[in-house]
Design a protein around this ligand. Sequence first.
Ligand code: MLC
Ligand code: AMP
Length: 451
Amino acid sequence: MLTALTGVHGDRADAVTIAGRSASYEELLGAAQGVAADVAGARAVAVSATPSLETVAAVVGSLLAGVPCVPLAPDSGPAEREHILRDSGAVIVEADFGRRAGGPAETSVPVSGAPALILYTSGTTGPPKGVVLSGEAIAADLDALADAWQWSAEDTLVHGLPLFHVHGLVLGVLGALRTGSRLVHTGRPTPDAYAQAGGSLYFGVPTVWSRIAAEPHAAAALTGARLLVSGSAALPAPVFRSLEALTGHRPVERYGMTETLITISGRAGGGVRPGTVGTPLPGIRTRIAAEPGAEIGELQLTGPTLFSGYLGRPEATAAAYTEDGWFRTGDIAAVDEVDGVHRIVGRASVDMIKSGGYRIGAGEVENALLDHPRVSEAAVVGAPDPDLGQRIVAFVVAEGVTGAELTDFVAAHLSVHKRPREVRFITAVPRNAMGKPQKKRLLTDEFEERT
Ligand code: MLC
Ligand code: AMP
Protein backbone atom coordinates (compact mmCIF):
# COMPACT_ATOMS: atom_id res chain seq x y z
CA MET A 1 0.00 0.00 0.00
CA LEU A 2 2.95 2.29 0.53
CA THR A 3 4.74 1.79 -2.77
CA ALA A 4 5.57 5.48 -3.18
CA LEU A 5 7.65 5.47 -0.02
CA THR A 6 10.01 2.91 -1.42
CA GLY A 7 9.59 3.75 -5.09
CA VAL A 8 11.56 5.87 -7.47
CA HIS A 9 9.68 9.13 -7.01
CA GLY A 10 10.70 9.73 -3.45
CA ASP A 11 13.21 12.55 -3.76
CA ARG A 12 10.95 15.62 -3.50
CA ALA A 13 11.23 17.73 -0.35
CA ASP A 14 7.49 18.44 -0.61
CA ALA A 15 6.14 15.01 -1.49
CA VAL A 16 3.48 15.50 1.17
CA THR A 17 2.22 18.91 2.30
CA ILE A 18 -0.40 19.17 5.00
CA ALA A 19 -1.80 22.47 6.22
CA GLY A 20 1.29 24.32 4.97
CA ARG A 21 3.99 21.93 6.31
CA SER A 22 5.88 19.71 3.89
CA ALA A 23 7.89 16.52 4.19
CA SER A 24 9.82 14.27 1.84
CA TYR A 25 9.00 10.57 1.73
CA GLU A 26 12.23 9.95 3.61
CA GLU A 27 11.21 12.26 6.45
CA LEU A 28 7.77 10.73 6.52
CA LEU A 29 9.21 7.24 6.60
CA GLY A 30 11.59 8.21 9.42
CA ALA A 31 8.76 9.47 11.61
CA ALA A 32 6.62 6.47 10.66
CA GLN A 33 9.39 4.04 11.60
CA GLY A 34 9.57 5.66 15.03
CA VAL A 35 5.85 4.97 15.43
CA ALA A 36 6.24 1.42 14.11
CA ALA A 37 8.90 0.71 16.73
CA ASP A 38 6.71 2.13 19.51
CA VAL A 39 3.56 0.21 18.61
CA ALA A 40 4.95 -3.17 17.53
CA GLY A 41 2.81 -5.90 19.06
CA ALA A 42 -0.05 -3.63 20.13
CA ARG A 43 -3.62 -4.84 19.55
CA ALA A 44 -4.55 -1.62 17.76
CA VAL A 45 -3.34 1.97 17.55
CA ALA A 46 -5.55 5.06 17.81
CA VAL A 47 -4.53 8.31 16.15
CA SER A 48 -6.14 11.66 16.85
CA ALA A 49 -6.50 12.49 13.16
CA THR A 50 -5.77 16.19 13.01
CA PRO A 51 -4.91 17.41 9.50
CA SER A 52 -1.15 17.11 10.03
CA LEU A 53 2.00 15.31 8.91
CA GLU A 54 1.97 13.59 12.30
CA THR A 55 -1.33 11.91 11.47
CA VAL A 56 0.02 10.60 8.18
CA ALA A 57 3.19 9.35 9.86
CA ALA A 58 1.23 7.65 12.66
CA VAL A 59 -1.06 5.88 10.20
CA VAL A 60 1.88 4.80 8.02
CA GLY A 61 3.80 3.69 11.12
CA SER A 62 1.00 1.43 12.29
CA LEU A 63 0.69 -0.03 8.78
CA LEU A 64 4.44 -0.73 8.77
CA ALA A 65 4.13 -2.45 12.13
CA GLY A 66 1.16 -4.51 10.96
CA VAL A 67 -0.97 -3.09 13.79
CA PRO A 68 -4.54 -2.00 12.91
CA CYS A 69 -4.96 1.76 12.98
CA VAL A 70 -8.05 3.49 14.39
CA PRO A 71 -8.24 7.15 13.33
CA LEU A 72 -10.22 9.32 15.75
CA ALA A 73 -12.02 12.57 14.95
CA PRO A 74 -9.73 15.04 16.73
CA ASP A 75 -12.69 16.82 18.32
CA SER A 76 -14.44 13.65 19.45
CA GLY A 77 -15.87 14.07 22.92
CA PRO A 78 -15.47 11.70 25.86
CA ALA A 79 -18.50 9.51 25.08
CA GLU A 80 -17.41 8.81 21.51
CA ARG A 81 -13.71 8.48 22.31
CA GLU A 82 -14.17 6.13 25.28
CA HIS A 83 -16.47 3.91 23.28
CA ILE A 84 -14.00 3.63 20.39
CA LEU A 85 -10.96 3.02 22.60
CA ARG A 86 -12.77 0.40 24.69
CA ASP A 87 -14.31 -1.31 21.67
CA SER A 88 -11.06 -1.49 19.69
CA GLY A 89 -8.58 -1.94 22.53
CA ALA A 90 -6.43 0.68 20.82
CA VAL A 91 -3.64 2.63 22.50
CA ILE A 92 -3.21 6.27 21.47
CA VAL A 93 0.03 7.05 19.65
CA GLU A 94 1.61 10.24 18.31
CA ALA A 95 4.28 10.61 15.65
CA ASP A 96 7.36 12.73 16.20
CA PHE A 97 9.14 14.34 13.24
CA GLY A 98 12.04 15.44 15.43
CA ARG A 99 13.15 11.89 16.12
CA ARG A 100 15.70 10.33 13.76
CA ALA A 101 14.99 6.85 12.60
CA GLY A 102 17.68 4.36 13.49
CA GLY A 103 18.52 1.89 10.75
CA PRO A 104 16.22 0.15 8.29
CA ALA A 105 12.48 -0.05 8.67
CA GLU A 106 11.07 -2.20 11.45
CA THR A 107 8.38 -3.54 9.24
CA SER A 108 6.32 -6.64 9.65
CA VAL A 109 5.50 -8.96 6.77
CA PRO A 110 1.82 -8.33 6.02
CA VAL A 111 -0.43 -11.24 6.93
CA SER A 112 -3.01 -11.98 4.26
CA GLY A 113 -6.38 -10.45 5.18
CA ALA A 114 -5.01 -8.86 8.36
CA PRO A 115 -6.82 -5.70 9.50
CA ALA A 116 -5.06 -2.50 8.40
CA LEU A 117 -7.62 0.13 9.36
CA ILE A 118 -10.60 0.13 11.70
CA LEU A 119 -12.91 3.03 10.84
CA TYR A 120 -15.77 3.80 13.22
CA THR A 121 -19.04 4.62 11.58
CA SER A 122 -22.62 5.00 12.76
CA GLY A 123 -25.50 2.70 11.98
CA THR A 124 -29.12 3.76 12.33
CA THR A 125 -29.11 3.04 16.05
CA GLY A 126 -26.58 2.63 18.83
CA PRO A 127 -22.93 3.63 19.09
CA PRO A 128 -20.56 3.57 16.09
CA LYS A 129 -19.27 0.20 14.91
CA GLY A 130 -15.67 -0.52 13.89
CA VAL A 131 -15.43 -1.30 10.17
CA VAL A 132 -12.41 -3.56 9.70
CA LEU A 133 -10.58 -3.05 6.40
CA SER A 134 -7.74 -5.26 5.20
CA GLY A 135 -4.69 -4.00 3.34
CA GLU A 136 -5.76 -6.12 0.36
CA ALA A 137 -9.20 -4.47 0.18
CA ILE A 138 -7.64 -1.01 0.36
CA ALA A 139 -4.98 -1.80 -2.23
CA ALA A 140 -7.57 -3.32 -4.59
CA ASP A 141 -9.69 -0.20 -4.30
CA LEU A 142 -6.83 2.24 -4.83
CA ASP A 143 -5.60 0.34 -7.89
CA ALA A 144 -9.08 0.28 -9.39
CA LEU A 145 -9.44 4.04 -8.79
CA ALA A 146 -5.99 4.77 -10.21
CA ASP A 147 -7.09 2.98 -13.34
CA ALA A 148 -10.51 4.70 -13.50
CA TRP A 149 -9.08 8.18 -12.99
CA GLN A 150 -5.73 7.64 -14.78
CA TRP A 151 -4.22 8.62 -11.46
CA SER A 152 -0.41 8.40 -11.44
CA ALA A 153 2.83 9.72 -9.97
CA GLU A 154 2.51 12.62 -12.41
CA ASP A 155 -0.44 13.98 -10.41
CA THR A 156 -0.60 16.45 -7.58
CA LEU A 157 -3.61 15.49 -5.49
CA VAL A 158 -5.31 18.34 -3.60
CA HIS A 159 -8.00 18.07 -0.92
CA GLY A 160 -8.74 19.28 2.59
CA LEU A 161 -10.95 16.51 3.90
CA PRO A 162 -10.90 15.01 7.39
CA LEU A 163 -8.33 12.25 7.89
CA PHE A 164 -10.56 9.88 9.87
CA HIS A 165 -12.79 8.63 7.03
CA VAL A 166 -12.44 6.74 3.78
CA HIS A 167 -12.54 9.81 1.55
CA GLY A 168 -9.77 11.88 3.17
CA LEU A 169 -7.63 9.05 4.59
CA VAL A 170 -7.91 6.02 2.31
CA LEU A 171 -8.27 7.86 -1.00
CA GLY A 172 -6.72 11.17 0.02
CA VAL A 173 -3.61 9.88 1.81
CA LEU A 174 -3.05 6.19 1.12
CA GLY A 175 -4.09 6.78 -2.50
CA ALA A 176 -1.34 9.36 -2.90
CA LEU A 177 1.20 7.07 -1.24
CA ARG A 178 0.27 4.13 -3.46
CA THR A 179 0.20 6.03 -6.74
CA GLY A 180 3.18 8.19 -5.82
CA SER A 181 1.34 11.40 -6.62
CA ARG A 182 2.31 14.50 -4.69
CA LEU A 183 -0.21 15.32 -1.95
CA VAL A 184 -1.30 18.80 -0.92
CA HIS A 185 -3.78 18.72 1.96
CA THR A 186 -5.16 22.21 2.48
CA GLY A 187 -5.98 21.84 6.19
CA ARG A 188 -9.56 22.92 5.57
CA PRO A 189 -11.41 22.41 2.28
CA THR A 190 -12.03 26.09 1.55
CA PRO A 191 -12.49 27.45 -1.98
CA ASP A 192 -9.48 29.78 -1.63
CA ALA A 193 -7.19 27.00 -0.44
CA TYR A 194 -8.23 24.74 -3.31
CA ALA A 195 -7.70 27.61 -5.77
CA GLN A 196 -4.17 28.31 -4.50
CA ALA A 197 -2.97 24.70 -4.38
CA GLY A 198 -2.26 24.28 -8.10
CA GLY A 199 -3.11 20.59 -8.29
CA SER A 200 -3.98 18.29 -11.15
CA LEU A 201 -6.46 16.09 -9.27
CA TYR A 202 -8.98 17.47 -6.74
CA PHE A 203 -11.20 15.59 -4.29
CA GLY A 204 -14.22 17.10 -2.54
CA VAL A 205 -17.57 16.30 -0.96
CA PRO A 206 -20.56 18.03 -2.60
CA THR A 207 -20.64 20.75 0.09
CA VAL A 208 -17.06 21.67 -0.83
CA TRP A 209 -17.89 21.74 -4.56
CA SER A 210 -21.00 23.78 -3.95
CA ARG A 211 -18.99 26.36 -1.97
CA ILE A 212 -16.37 26.47 -4.75
CA ALA A 213 -19.06 26.92 -7.39
CA ALA A 214 -20.38 29.87 -5.39
CA GLU A 215 -16.99 31.59 -5.69
CA PRO A 216 -16.31 31.96 -9.43
CA HIS A 217 -12.73 33.22 -8.94
CA ALA A 218 -11.79 30.18 -6.90
CA ALA A 219 -13.53 27.86 -9.36
CA ALA A 220 -11.77 29.49 -12.34
CA ALA A 221 -8.40 28.67 -10.74
CA LEU A 222 -9.19 24.96 -11.20
CA THR A 223 -9.38 25.26 -14.97
CA GLY A 224 -5.81 23.96 -15.34
CA ALA A 225 -6.52 20.82 -13.31
CA ARG A 226 -6.84 17.42 -14.95
CA LEU A 227 -9.75 15.94 -12.99
CA LEU A 228 -12.26 17.03 -10.33
CA VAL A 229 -13.81 14.18 -8.31
CA SER A 230 -16.87 14.39 -6.08
CA GLY A 231 -18.11 11.80 -3.62
CA SER A 232 -19.46 10.85 -0.18
CA ALA A 233 -22.92 12.27 -0.99
CA ALA A 234 -24.96 13.16 -4.05
CA LEU A 235 -23.58 16.03 -6.13
CA PRO A 236 -26.56 18.25 -7.02
CA ALA A 237 -26.95 18.69 -10.79
CA PRO A 238 -26.89 22.53 -10.53
CA VAL A 239 -23.49 22.33 -8.80
CA PHE A 240 -22.24 20.01 -11.53
CA ARG A 241 -23.36 22.50 -14.19
CA SER A 242 -21.85 25.52 -12.41
CA LEU A 243 -18.54 23.71 -12.05
CA GLU A 244 -18.57 22.82 -15.71
CA ALA A 245 -19.31 26.42 -16.70
CA LEU A 246 -16.66 27.89 -14.38
CA THR A 247 -13.84 25.34 -14.70
CA GLY A 248 -14.47 23.68 -18.06
CA HIS A 249 -14.46 20.30 -16.27
CA ARG A 250 -17.33 17.88 -15.91
CA PRO A 251 -16.70 16.54 -12.40
CA VAL A 252 -16.44 12.77 -12.06
CA GLU A 253 -18.71 11.39 -9.39
CA ARG A 254 -18.03 8.18 -7.52
CA TYR A 255 -19.97 6.21 -4.92
CA GLY A 256 -18.78 4.32 -1.88
CA MET A 257 -19.23 3.41 1.74
CA THR A 258 -16.92 2.82 4.67
CA GLU A 259 -17.85 -0.88 4.53
CA THR A 260 -17.25 -1.31 0.79
CA LEU A 261 -14.75 1.42 -0.07
CA ILE A 262 -15.37 3.05 -3.45
CA THR A 263 -17.22 0.65 -5.73
CA ILE A 264 -18.78 2.68 -8.55
CA SER A 265 -17.25 5.59 -10.44
CA GLY A 266 -17.21 7.68 -13.56
CA ARG A 267 -14.04 7.39 -15.64
CA ALA A 268 -11.50 10.04 -16.60
CA GLY A 269 -12.07 10.70 -20.27
CA GLY A 270 -15.40 8.85 -20.18
CA GLY A 271 -18.71 10.61 -20.63
CA VAL A 272 -20.12 11.63 -17.24
CA ARG A 273 -23.72 12.72 -16.69
CA PRO A 274 -24.90 14.86 -13.78
CA GLY A 275 -26.85 12.88 -11.18
CA THR A 276 -25.07 9.59 -11.96
CA VAL A 277 -22.13 7.82 -10.31
CA GLY A 278 -20.79 5.83 -13.26
CA THR A 279 -20.24 2.08 -13.52
CA PRO A 280 -18.83 -0.54 -11.12
CA LEU A 281 -15.06 -0.67 -10.75
CA PRO A 282 -13.31 -3.81 -12.04
CA GLY A 283 -14.05 -6.79 -9.78
CA ILE A 284 -17.21 -5.22 -8.32
CA ARG A 285 -20.58 -6.75 -9.15
CA THR A 286 -23.79 -4.90 -8.36
CA ARG A 287 -27.48 -5.76 -8.42
CA ILE A 288 -30.69 -3.91 -7.61
CA ALA A 289 -33.05 -5.70 -5.24
CA ALA A 290 -36.27 -4.28 -6.65
CA GLU A 291 -39.90 -5.28 -6.17
CA PRO A 292 -41.29 -7.03 -9.26
CA GLY A 293 -41.95 -4.41 -11.94
CA ALA A 294 -39.97 -1.67 -10.16
CA GLU A 295 -36.73 -0.25 -11.56
CA ILE A 296 -35.34 1.14 -8.34
CA GLY A 297 -34.45 -0.82 -5.25
CA GLU A 298 -31.68 -1.50 -2.76
CA LEU A 299 -28.20 -1.54 -4.24
CA GLN A 300 -26.34 -4.72 -3.28
CA LEU A 301 -22.77 -5.58 -4.19
CA THR A 302 -19.84 -7.96 -3.92
CA GLY A 303 -16.16 -7.62 -4.71
CA PRO A 304 -12.58 -7.49 -3.42
CA THR A 305 -12.88 -4.07 -1.75
CA LEU A 306 -15.41 -5.13 0.89
CA PHE A 307 -14.69 -4.91 4.62
CA SER A 308 -13.78 -7.91 6.77
CA GLY A 309 -16.67 -7.30 9.21
CA TYR A 310 -17.75 -5.08 12.10
CA LEU A 311 -15.22 -5.47 14.90
CA GLY A 312 -16.52 -7.93 17.49
CA ARG A 313 -20.06 -7.92 16.04
CA PRO A 314 -20.66 -11.09 14.03
CA GLU A 315 -24.46 -10.65 14.13
CA ALA A 316 -24.29 -7.11 12.74
CA THR A 317 -21.85 -8.31 10.08
CA ALA A 318 -24.14 -11.18 9.08
CA ALA A 319 -27.14 -8.83 8.98
CA ALA A 320 -25.31 -6.60 6.50
CA TYR A 321 -25.34 -9.40 3.90
CA THR A 322 -28.13 -11.16 2.04
CA GLU A 323 -28.47 -14.92 2.41
CA ASP A 324 -26.64 -15.38 -0.88
CA GLY A 325 -23.71 -13.24 0.23
CA TRP A 326 -24.29 -9.79 -1.27
CA PHE A 327 -23.60 -6.70 0.82
CA ARG A 328 -26.72 -4.63 1.49
CA THR A 329 -25.77 -0.98 1.05
CA GLY A 330 -29.04 0.49 2.33
CA ASP A 331 -28.93 2.87 -0.63
CA ILE A 332 -31.69 2.96 -3.22
CA ALA A 333 -30.41 3.00 -6.78
CA ALA A 334 -31.27 2.48 -10.44
CA VAL A 335 -29.11 1.22 -13.32
CA ASP A 336 -29.37 2.44 -16.90
CA GLU A 337 -30.26 -0.59 -19.02
CA VAL A 338 -28.22 0.59 -21.96
CA ASP A 339 -24.88 1.71 -20.54
CA GLY A 340 -24.99 0.30 -16.99
CA VAL A 341 -24.52 3.75 -15.44
CA HIS A 342 -25.74 3.82 -11.82
CA ARG A 343 -27.86 6.49 -10.19
CA ILE A 344 -28.21 6.74 -6.40
CA VAL A 345 -31.78 7.74 -5.61
CA GLY A 346 -31.65 7.95 -1.82
CA ARG A 347 -31.30 6.01 1.42
CA ALA A 348 -33.68 3.31 2.58
CA SER A 349 -33.62 4.51 6.21
CA VAL A 350 -34.50 8.00 7.47
CA ASP A 351 -32.20 7.24 10.40
CA MET A 352 -29.03 7.46 8.33
CA ILE A 353 -28.18 11.12 7.77
CA LYS A 354 -25.53 12.54 5.40
CA SER A 355 -24.53 16.07 6.35
CA GLY A 356 -21.60 17.74 4.61
CA GLY A 357 -20.57 14.23 3.48
CA TYR A 358 -20.44 12.96 7.08
CA ARG A 359 -22.54 9.89 7.87
CA ILE A 360 -24.43 10.36 11.12
CA GLY A 361 -26.79 7.84 12.72
CA ALA A 362 -29.93 9.45 14.12
CA GLY A 363 -29.91 7.01 17.03
CA GLU A 364 -26.47 8.06 18.23
CA VAL A 365 -27.49 11.73 18.37
CA GLU A 366 -30.80 10.83 20.04
CA ASN A 367 -28.97 8.86 22.73
CA ALA A 368 -26.62 11.78 23.35
CA LEU A 369 -29.59 14.15 23.73
CA LEU A 370 -31.34 11.71 26.08
CA ASP A 371 -28.22 11.75 28.27
CA HIS A 372 -29.03 15.40 29.02
CA PRO A 373 -30.97 15.50 32.30
CA ARG A 374 -33.55 17.98 30.94
CA VAL A 375 -34.48 15.95 27.85
CA SER A 376 -37.25 13.36 28.12
CA GLU A 377 -37.79 12.52 24.42
CA ALA A 378 -35.73 13.09 21.29
CA ALA A 379 -36.17 12.32 17.60
CA VAL A 380 -33.46 13.29 15.13
CA VAL A 381 -33.95 13.66 11.38
CA GLY A 382 -32.02 14.94 8.34
CA ALA A 383 -33.76 17.93 6.75
CA PRO A 384 -32.88 19.00 3.19
CA ASP A 385 -30.18 21.70 3.27
CA PRO A 386 -28.76 23.69 0.35
CA ASP A 387 -25.21 23.73 1.76
CA LEU A 388 -24.88 20.44 3.65
CA GLY A 389 -27.21 18.22 1.63
CA GLN A 390 -28.97 17.34 4.86
CA ARG A 391 -28.81 19.15 8.18
CA ILE A 392 -29.38 17.46 11.51
CA VAL A 393 -32.63 18.63 13.12
CA ALA A 394 -33.45 17.48 16.66
CA PHE A 395 -37.04 17.42 17.87
CA VAL A 396 -36.98 17.28 21.65
CA VAL A 397 -39.33 17.20 24.58
CA ALA A 398 -37.46 19.17 27.23
CA GLU A 399 -37.84 21.92 29.80
CA GLY A 400 -35.40 24.42 31.27
CA VAL A 401 -32.77 24.13 28.56
CA THR A 402 -32.10 26.09 25.35
CA GLY A 403 -31.52 24.74 21.87
CA ALA A 404 -27.98 26.15 21.89
CA GLU A 405 -27.21 24.34 25.15
CA LEU A 406 -28.36 21.05 23.65
CA THR A 407 -26.33 21.65 20.50
CA ASP A 408 -23.20 22.30 22.55
CA PHE A 409 -23.94 19.25 24.67
CA VAL A 410 -23.95 16.95 21.62
CA ALA A 411 -20.89 18.69 20.09
CA ALA A 412 -18.95 18.14 23.31
CA HIS A 413 -20.05 14.53 23.96
CA LEU A 414 -19.87 13.14 20.42
CA SER A 415 -18.11 15.44 17.96
CA VAL A 416 -18.80 18.80 16.40
CA HIS A 417 -20.11 17.51 13.06
CA LYS A 418 -22.71 15.35 14.84
CA ARG A 419 -24.33 18.37 16.55
CA PRO A 420 -27.88 19.37 15.55
CA ARG A 421 -27.95 22.50 13.42
CA GLU A 422 -31.49 23.15 14.63
CA VAL A 423 -33.38 22.14 17.78
CA ARG A 424 -37.18 22.24 17.82
CA PHE A 425 -39.14 21.85 21.04
CA ILE A 426 -42.30 19.76 20.80
CA THR A 427 -44.80 18.43 23.33
CA ALA A 428 -44.49 14.78 22.31
CA VAL A 429 -42.71 12.73 19.63
CA PRO A 430 -45.42 11.43 17.27
CA ARG A 431 -45.58 7.64 17.41
CA ASN A 432 -47.52 4.89 15.69
CA ALA A 433 -49.62 2.28 17.49
CA MET A 434 -46.44 0.23 18.10
CA GLY A 435 -44.78 3.22 19.80
CA LYS A 436 -42.31 3.73 16.93
CA PRO A 437 -41.49 7.40 16.22
CA GLN A 438 -43.12 8.67 13.00
CA LYS A 439 -40.14 10.62 11.79
CA LYS A 440 -41.48 11.51 8.38
CA ARG A 441 -44.29 13.46 10.08
CA LEU A 442 -41.75 15.61 11.93
CA LEU A 443 -40.64 17.38 8.76
CA THR A 444 -44.19 18.25 7.70
CA ASP A 445 -46.05 21.53 8.36
CA GLU A 446 -47.62 19.95 11.42
CA PHE A 447 -44.39 20.47 13.39
CA GLU A 448 -43.16 23.59 11.61
CA GLU A 449 -44.67 26.19 13.97
CA ARG A 450 -43.42 25.02 17.33
CA THR A 451 -39.77 26.10 17.02
C1 MLC B 1 -19.79 25.46 15.51
N1 MLC B 1 -18.58 25.05 15.86
C2 MLC B 1 -18.69 24.46 17.04
C3 MLC B 1 -20.06 24.52 17.42
N2 MLC B 1 -20.69 25.16 16.46
N3 MLC B 1 -17.81 23.90 17.86
C4 MLC B 1 -18.21 23.37 19.01
N4 MLC B 1 -19.49 23.40 19.42
C5 MLC B 1 -20.44 23.97 18.67
N5 MLC B 1 -21.68 23.98 19.12
C6 MLC B 1 -17.37 25.25 15.05
C7 MLC B 1 -16.50 24.08 14.73
O1 MLC B 1 -15.65 23.76 15.79
C8 MLC B 1 -15.69 24.61 13.57
O2 MLC B 1 -14.73 25.50 14.08
C9 MLC B 1 -16.70 25.42 12.84
O3 MLC B 1 -17.76 25.65 13.74
C10 MLC B 1 -17.24 24.82 11.57
O4 MLC B 1 -17.95 23.66 11.83
P1 MLC B 1 -18.86 23.00 10.71
O5 MLC B 1 -20.05 23.85 10.50
O6 MLC B 1 -19.09 21.59 11.08
O7 MLC B 1 -17.92 23.04 9.46
P2 MLC B 1 -18.26 23.36 8.01
O8 MLC B 1 -17.24 24.27 7.46
O9 MLC B 1 -19.67 23.77 7.81
O10 MLC B 1 -18.10 21.91 7.36
C11 MLC B 1 -18.36 21.67 6.04
C12 MLC B 1 -17.36 20.66 5.54
C13 MLC B 1 -17.37 19.45 6.47
C14 MLC B 1 -17.77 20.25 4.14
C15 MLC B 1 -15.98 21.27 5.50
O11 MLC B 1 -18.71 19.00 6.61
C16 MLC B 1 -16.49 18.34 6.02
O12 MLC B 1 -15.28 18.38 6.20
N6 MLC B 1 -17.06 17.29 5.44
C17 MLC B 1 -16.32 16.12 4.91
C18 MLC B 1 -16.88 14.86 5.46
C19 MLC B 1 -16.19 13.64 4.86
O13 MLC B 1 -14.99 13.65 4.59
N7 MLC B 1 -16.92 12.60 4.64
C20 MLC B 1 -16.40 11.38 4.00
C21 MLC B 1 -16.93 10.15 4.66
S1 MLC B 1 -16.26 8.72 3.80
P3 MLC B 1 -13.31 25.76 13.44
O14 MLC B 1 -12.65 26.71 14.35
O15 MLC B 1 -12.66 24.42 13.37
O16 MLC B 1 -13.61 26.35 12.10
C22 MLC B 1 -17.45 8.35 2.66
C23 MLC B 1 -17.12 7.34 1.60
C24 MLC B 1 -17.15 8.04 0.34
O17 MLC B 1 -18.48 8.92 2.64
O18 MLC B 1 -17.94 7.70 -0.53
O19 MLC B 1 -16.36 8.97 0.26
P1 AMP C 1 -19.79 6.55 4.65
O1 AMP C 1 -19.93 5.24 5.30
O2 AMP C 1 -19.57 7.70 5.53
O3 AMP C 1 -18.74 6.37 3.67
O4 AMP C 1 -21.13 6.86 3.87
C1 AMP C 1 -21.59 6.02 2.85
C2 AMP C 1 -22.82 6.59 2.24
O5 AMP C 1 -22.55 7.80 1.56
C3 AMP C 1 -23.43 5.71 1.19
O6 AMP C 1 -24.18 4.65 1.75
C4 AMP C 1 -24.28 6.70 0.41
O7 AMP C 1 -25.51 6.91 1.07
C5 AMP C 1 -23.46 7.97 0.49
N1 AMP C 1 -22.72 8.26 -0.74
C6 AMP C 1 -21.40 8.13 -0.99
N2 AMP C 1 -21.10 8.55 -2.24
C7 AMP C 1 -22.26 8.96 -2.80
C8 AMP C 1 -22.62 9.52 -4.07
N3 AMP C 1 -21.71 9.76 -5.01
N4 AMP C 1 -23.92 9.81 -4.29
C9 AMP C 1 -24.85 9.59 -3.35
N5 AMP C 1 -24.57 9.09 -2.13
C10 AMP C 1 -23.30 8.78 -1.85
